[in-house]
Design a protein around this ligand. Structure first.
Ligand SMILES: [Cu+2]
Length: 92
């Protein structure tokens, strides 16, 4: 089964209205998980551009994840806090 490989997971924390780290480069097939580490603020992950969409808002202690199966650049923001910016680069 040459295509069977365990998905790698990368964690991005959200704290003090920032994505930490705010830039990651991952291999195709990686699962990126955003974990809300705030005390009381909800956040979302909102992908920019024509293919963009927004996750549900998630509370402190909750997380949201997305698997990236296509290479490319994925700039994102936070729905309620557009000043929050992050970037996922997906490589082969
Ligand atoms: Cu936010």
């Amino acid at each position: 089964m040459p295509h069977a490989r365990a998905a790698t997971e990368v964690v991005i924390e959200i704290r003090d209205y920032r994505f930490v780290p705010d830039r990651v480069t991952v291999k195709r097939g990686t699962v990126v998980r955003w974990v809300n580490q705030e005390k009381r603020t909800t956040h979302s992950v909102r992908f920019l551009g024509p293919q963009g969409f927004e996750s549900e808002r998630f509370f402190p202690g909750e997380s949201w994840q997305r698997r990236f199966d296509q290479t490319g650049a994925y700039p994102y923001s936070c729905g309620p806090h557009p000043e929050m910016r992050g970037h996922v680069e997906v490589i082969e």
